[in-house]
Design a protein around this ligand. Structure first.
Ligand SMILES: *[C@@H]1O[C@H](CO)[C@@H](O)[C@H](O)[C@H]1NC(C)=O
Ligand SMILES: *[C@@H]1O[C@H](CO)[C@@H](O)[C@H](O)[C@H]1NC(C)=O
Ligand SMILES: *[C@@H]1O[C@H](CO)[C@@H](O)[C@H](O)[C@H]1NC(C)=O
Ligand SMILES: *[C@@H]1O[C@H](CO)[C@@H](O)[C@H](O)[C@H]1NC(C)=O
Ligand SMILES: *[C@@H]1O[C@H](CO)[C@@H](O)[C@H](O)[C@H]1NC(C)=O
Ligand SMILES: *[C@@H]1O[C@H](CO)[C@@H](O)[C@H](O)[C@H]1NC(C)=O
Ligand SMILES: *[C@@H]1O[C@H](CO)[C@@H](O)[C@H](O)[C@H]1NC(C)=O
Ligand SMILES: *[C@@H]1O[C@H](CO)[C@@H](O)[C@H](O)[C@H]1NC(C)=O
Ligand SMILES: *[C@@H]1O[C@H](CO)[C@@H](O)[C@H](O)[C@H]1NC(C)=O
Length: 898
């Protein structure tokens, strides 16, 4: 095994729980040795590989990227066992054929919360029962559509007819009757491809085939149904059911997608004539310079709107923009919770005292080996408010529970804990009742002796407790979930309906471009699922918000007769409805949620489609205090055939501090800062003639009295109320502090460790000596390398790791006839960066980088005593000015070669 392979294994994410440092999560991991190259003008893959071959570099081809907007290849270096990876990459970058080279990074399949999935073998609900929910004609009552005015467009017969929407995801189950039942010309899913094959995991070489069938994941099938599901027994349709779908499969079964695959999928969709492209995929970045984001930006600039989910990392607090959502011109879509909590129940019955028969609904869990069970119900106690029901061992006088179905209230301890306690008394079947309205959820509690678990509603549980406590016997007659009748129910989500989902990621990006763009319902969404995985499912995530936004682009473009991404973004943003802030745990504020969380607000598709007032921008950034935009302007155009007078005003949203009392961003919920921006309007009223335009200038004033060192992000909306009854809002944001002064490097948690101490990465012992492997030799499993944990409190545009010889270096004899030759870098006498550095546009978080002695220039450092010095450039910093860096030197250590 070569050195490189050993190192690649250690360049993993640090588990924050183990390392106990503040920075969490991480950049999308790199595929070791894999690069994307973009060719210079007049170059191609043949000439590129020929030149490489001539220079003696063996490569394994990964993907051809032969596109109008991106010409290149991705490949993996071979024969780099002397650890020469970065040098080879540098050599390639210097080849005239190459315009740019990037590492291949991996992005995982989004893990959205699964609330419910159907039972693939269970009977579908009876269509007749549901027809009334769908109603006659165009009356769309599906709550995500009602929330976004999609129902009003549907009522007018707007369906996105003929518009080609590409979905980049896990593929789609096109055999699903609600997704057309076929693939290809004339089908709902009429174009697309599989770029990767089942066995692709993000790191290995993709094996494409032409069939984008979603055979193992389900994510893409759910996303596709949100856009275009056809009439079905569950009583909903997609928002734009007459579009034509394209499915571009970028995930195998499990694992991740490389950014070479993602760039390829976008370009292929673009060249296949996709008119809107959507991807519910992402990873933390915060930088619009990320290569995938740049590739999407180019497609947007060619006139194809691209929507990307904002990410489910709300817990990380501000400045956690995801890629490619963070790209310029890319519409980043935040999530609000559905006003209805849909679920699909299994029908069963119960008898009271052997007589009256009633039906009830429940949700099967795992295990689900219920069969057709008829057993009396037994409850631990009769207290319907017992907060920790069955959380402790049951009393000695508990009967043998093997011939009962045991009723247990949800709450406090885990399902497994409760089930374990009742199983100890012989229980085989457990029926939970919910402690939170509405509905029920799928429980997993695999415990020895337990055959079946399930859940029913709070109300049903209370009814049974009332009967049991009154001395009645209650017998449940469960129909085997494999054949039971299913039916959908929907309860109002009074707790969080209409509010921003607490999981939705916060912007802005590090360059203070406005992120997010707008919001759509993503929490508790019913849609299609692969037939083999249950056919229908309720999921939550920005993954579910994004396709609804893509569908709205289709509907609005049908009405307005344009697909221009800028025009559509401007009207959708201006007509969106800003929502009140939701701090989670049932706490809502009396101020608006910030633009960095909700963008323009909840999409209002009808208003966007028909507004006759159009703005020239979708948002404004006032930057930070050093780069403060004290004068801004935009144009209002009145497309109506009458004169309209607009009254302008400032509607501030909540201002939130980014940092706590340290250099670290606070997690959700960020502290509210007690001041908002003021906006001066030279003209408070603007009258615009029919078909006229007026340029409006505004003068923002920073919020006063805030602690700028904590990077408060202020935001709000410029409201425009028209004399014609129209009402528009233009989102703005800025930072009332100096980005360049913010510390980016967590020097206390940036330290020398060893590859041997994975995964905890304890500090290396003092004055450690490492016996490394010289060129061309083979490393054994026992070889221990020095490594550095680099912890970034905020993202950095440029991170170096310099090899600095200590004065007392033990190197006495020239090694391979080479003395350590140092150069000067901002006060350091350095041999240069270790290979793999410098890194550009690095997300915040902790990473471990091992070192095998190789330098960035492709030579080995001589034996000796060194310190590794990490220098991280501040946001907006000048990379030639030491004052703009944070820097820390590792403990000295000694290397020699075996
Ligand atoms: C659509 O159906 C809902 C509920 O069935 C009803 O309240 C509403 O009035 C209907 N709307 C139209 C335009 O028919
Ligand atoms: C549930 O089953 C009962 C008894 O078989 C039946 O009367 C009832 O209509 C069913 N309910 C639904 C919603 O299917
Ligand atoms: C219900 O019927 C079962 C057998 O059919 C009998 O053992 C039991 O005593 C009856 N219970 C009541 C409350 O009548
Ligand atoms: C804010 O200012 C910095 C420094 O000039 C610049 O790099 C950045 O692009 C600006 N951001 C926006 C959104 O204009
Ligand atoms: C209006 O804003 C643009 C940038 O958005 C700027 O280039 C231009 O100078 C501004 N015009 C006025 C009159 O302020
Ligand atoms: C490293 O060695 C030097 C010189 O022998 C000694 O002064 C120093 O304390 C040592 N450092 C550690 C951390 O052991
Ligand atoms: C390593 O191997 C290459 C090719 O096999 C050879 O040319 C080179 O001299 C070797 N380097 C060392 C340091 O042995
Ligand atoms: C290293 O360890 C792996 C797995 O533990 C083993 O398969 C391999 O043979 C070992 N290699 C050497 C050189 O010891
Ligand atoms: C070598 O010098 C460094 C400072 O440059 C010091 O920290 C270290 O302890 C010294 N080590 C030895 C072995 O003297």
């Amino acid at each position: 095994m070569g050195i490189l392979k050993v190192l690649s294994l250690v360049a993993v994410l640090v588990s924050p729980a183990v390392l106990a440092v503040r920075p969490k999560l991480n950049a999308a991991p790199k595929v070791p040795g894999a690069y994307i190259v973009e060719f210079a003008e007049n170059s191609n893959a043949d000439s590129f590989y020929q030149t490489l071959g001539a220079s003696g570099q063996a490569v394994e081809h990964r993907m051809d990227l032969k596109y109008d907007l991106f010409k290149g290849v991705s490949f993996k270096l071979k024969n780099v066992d002397n650890g020469n990876e970065e040098a080879a990459a540098q050599k390639i970058q210097d080849m005239p054929a190459v315009a740019k080279i990037w590492p291949v990074r991996m992005y995982p399949i989004p893990r959205d919360e699964v609330h419910w999935t159907g039972n693939s073998k269970a009977a579908m609900p009876e269509a007749a029962l549901l027809q009334k929910r769908q109603s006659a004609g165009n009356n769309d009552t599906f709550s995500p559509h009602v929330m976004t005015q999609v129902d009003q467009l549907r009522f007018r017969g707007v369906t996105g007819a003929g518009i080609r929407v590409a979905v980049i995801d896990t593929g789609v189950d096109y055999n699903h009757p609600a997704l057309g039942g076929c693939f290809g010309r004339g089908c709902l899913v009429s174009f697309g491809t599989d770029l990767v094959g089942d066995n692709y995991n993000g790191a290995n070489t993709p094996v494409p085939d032409p069939d984008p069938y979603d055979n193992c994941e389900g994510h893409g099938t759910h996303v596709s149904g949100i856009i275009a599901a056809q009439t079905n027994p569950y009583g909903f349709t997609g928002a734009a059911p007459d579009v034509t779908l394209g499915a571009y499969r970028v995930f195998g079964c499990g694992g991740s997608a490389g950014n070479d695959v993602l760039i390829s999928a976008y370009n292929q969709a673009y060249e296949d004539g996709a008119q809107i492209i959507t991807a519910s995929i992402g990873g933390p970045s915060g930088w619009s310079e990320d290569p995938w984001a740049v590739a999407v930006q180019r497609i947007v600039e060619k006139g194809v709107p691209c929507t990307v989910s904002a990410g489910n990392d709300g817990v990380e607090g501000q400045f956690y923009a995801s890629t490619a959502a963070g790209g310029l011109g890319v519409a980043s879509i935040a999530s609000v919770d559905n006003t209805q909590a849909p679920s699909i129940l299994l029908n069963a019955t119960y008898t009271v005292d052997n007589s009256s028969l009633s039906a009830f609904g429940w949700t099967q869990g795992t295990p689900a080996d219920w069969g057709n069970v008829s057993l009396p119900l037994w409850s631990v106690n009769y207290n319907t408010n017992d907060s920790a029901n069955a959380c402790t061992a049951l009393p000695d006088d508990t009967p043998d529970l093997s011939n009962y179905i045991v009723l247990v209230r949800r709450g406090t301890c885990t399902f497994v804990q409760k089930v374990t306690n009742v199983a100890a008394k012989g229980a085989r079947y457990v029926m939970f009742y919910n402690n939170v309205s509405p509905g029920s959820t799928a429980v997993t509690a695999v415990v020895p002796g337990i055959l079946g678990v399930g859940m029913t509603s709070t109300a049903q549980g209370a009814e049974w407790i009332r009967l049991l406590s009154g001395g009645s016997s209650v017998t449940l007659n469960i129909v085997d979930p494999e054949v039971a009748q299913q039916y959908p129910v929907s309860a109002p989500n009074t707790a969080t309906g209409g509010f921003l989902s607490t999981y939705t990621s916060w912007g802005p990006n590090y360059e203070l471009e406005v992120k997010q763009q707008f919001s759509a319902p993503g929490g508790l969404i019913l849609s299609t699922y692969p037939l083999d995985l249950g056919a229908y499912a309720v999921l939550s995530g920005t993954s579910m918000a994004c396709p609804l936004a893509a569908a709205v682009y289709a509907l609005v473009s049908e009405v307005r007769g344009t697909l221009d991404p800028k025009v559509l973004e401007n009207v959708i943003s201006a007509t969106a409805n800003p929502q009140i802030f939701n701090a989670g745990a049932g706490k809502t504020a009396d101020y608006l949620a910030p633009v960095q969380q909700q963008g323009g607000g909840l999409i209002q598709a009808f208003d966007a489609a028909y507004t006759t007032t159009v703005l020239s921008v979708s948002s404004l950034s006032f930057n930070d205090t050093d780069n403060f935009v004290d004068t801004a302007n935009f144009t209002i155009t009145n497309l109506a055939n009458t004169e309209v007078t607009y009254t302008l005003s400032n509607v501030p949203a909540g201002t939130f501090y980014t940092l706590g009392t340290s250099i670290f961003p606070d997690p959700f919920v960020n502290e509210v800062a007690p001041a908002v921006a003021d906006i001066e309007f030279p003209q408070k009223e603007v009258t615009i003639p029919a078909s006229g335009s007026v340029r409006v200038t505004i003068y923002p004033d920073l919020p006063v009295g805030l602690d700028g060192s904590r990077l408060p992000v202020y935001s709000g909306y410029i409201a425009m109320d028209g004399s014609d009854g129209s009402s528009l809002s233009l989102p703005y944001l800025g930072v009332a502090g100096s980005m360049i002064r913010a510390t980016v490097l967590d020097t206390a948690n940036t330290y020398l460790t060893t590859t041997k101490s994975a995964p905890g990465y304890a500090p290396a012992p003092g004055n450690a000596t490492f016996a490394l492997i010289a060129s061309n030799a083979t490393a054994s499993n026992g070889t221990v390398y020095p490594a550095v944990v680099v912890s970034l409190a905020l993202g950095s545009p440029y991170v170096r790791m310099d090899v600095v010889p200590c004065k007392n270096s033990t190197s006495k004899t020239p090694w391979h006839h080479r003395q350590p030759k140092t150069t000067e870098f901002l006060g350091l006498k350095t041999l240069g960066n270790i290979y793999g550095f410098p890194e550009h546009y690095v997300p915040r978080g902790a990473t471990v980088s091992g070192w095998d002695g190789l330098l960035a220039d492709g030579t080995l450092a001589p034996p000796g005593t060194y310190q590794l010095v990490v220098s991280a450039l501040h946001i907006f910093g000048d990379n030639t000015d030491l004052a703009d860096y944070d820097r820390v030197a590792s403990e000295p250590f000694t290397i020699r070669y075996q």
